[in-house]
Ligand binder design. Structure first.
Ligand SMILES: [Zn+2]
Length: 225
């Protein structure tokens, strides 16, 4: 069944390999379509996918470590930036504790994975610039106090959890902002956040040593259409 039907994603990886090996095109495409619900290729639906799709596999490091070499083997390179990003949301000790999943990963892929947690932690600073920049609205003092309090609390909270810059600032948090900042500041925060989100998104291929999204999506088009 095509998405959004419920599937066993470990089985999907198996089908992806076999359909590639035996050149069964429709099964291959269908497996890729399912994997695109886990590893987004479209920044406009990233946040939605992140919240709705297969939370089990979003969080399961062992699945990502299993998927990456298979995606490379079948040349589904457009799925790799999000797959590597998913690995980067896990702290370094978790990678080393992933046992056989980590040990079986080819050395080059392990080397790609190791810096990701740090890169993505750094990207949180890029994303949160919408809070750390000063307000320039007509009544800036109360807005600046809210920004300062919020960024302080956010840093305290985020310092101990996974580095997941693309998932930062959810719908409830934006709604809350409407009550505590002036409309001009909320608008600027949203604009600044959107710019930073795209910076982080556009950097995903580079972070894992791949060509840019345009090249990867051209490859996708050739396979999927
Ligand atoms: Zn303001």
């Amino acid at each position: 069944m095509p998405p959004p039907s419920t599937v066993d994603f470990d089985a999907v990886l198996g089908i992806l390999r076999l359909s590639h090996k035996y050149d069964v095109n429709y099964l291959h495409k269908r497996a890729l379509m399912h994997l695109e619900t886990v590893y987004s290729v479209d920044h406009t639906i990233y946040a939605t996918l992140y919240i709705q799709a297969q939370p089990h596999h979003k969080q399961l490091l062992s699945f990502h470590l299993k998927a990456i070499p298979i995606l490379a083997e079948v040349d589904a390179i457009w799925l790799l930036p999000s797959a590597y990003y998913a690995v980067g949301t896990h702290a370094l000790p978790s990678l080393l504790a992933a046992g056989p999943y980590w040990d079986r990963l080819p050395a080059g892929m392990r080397e790609t994975c190791l810096p990701l947690a740090g890169i993505q932690h750094q990207a949180l600073i890029t994303v949160y610039r919408f809070l750390s920049d000063r307000s320039t609205c007509d009544d800036d003092e109360p807005c600046n106090i809210v920004r300062l309090d919020t960024i302080s609390g956010t840093i305290m909270r985020r310092a101990t959890v996974a580095q997941d810059p693309l998932a930062e600032w959810n719908t409830e948090e934006w709604t809350w902002m409407l009550d505590v900042l002036c409309p001009a500041c909320v608008r600027r925060c949203r604009d600044d956040h959107a710019v930073a989100f795209m910076q982080v998104w556009n950097a995903l291929p580079r972070n894992c040593g791949m060509e840019n999204w345009d090249v990867l999506l051209a490859k996708r088009k050739a396979v999927m259409e």
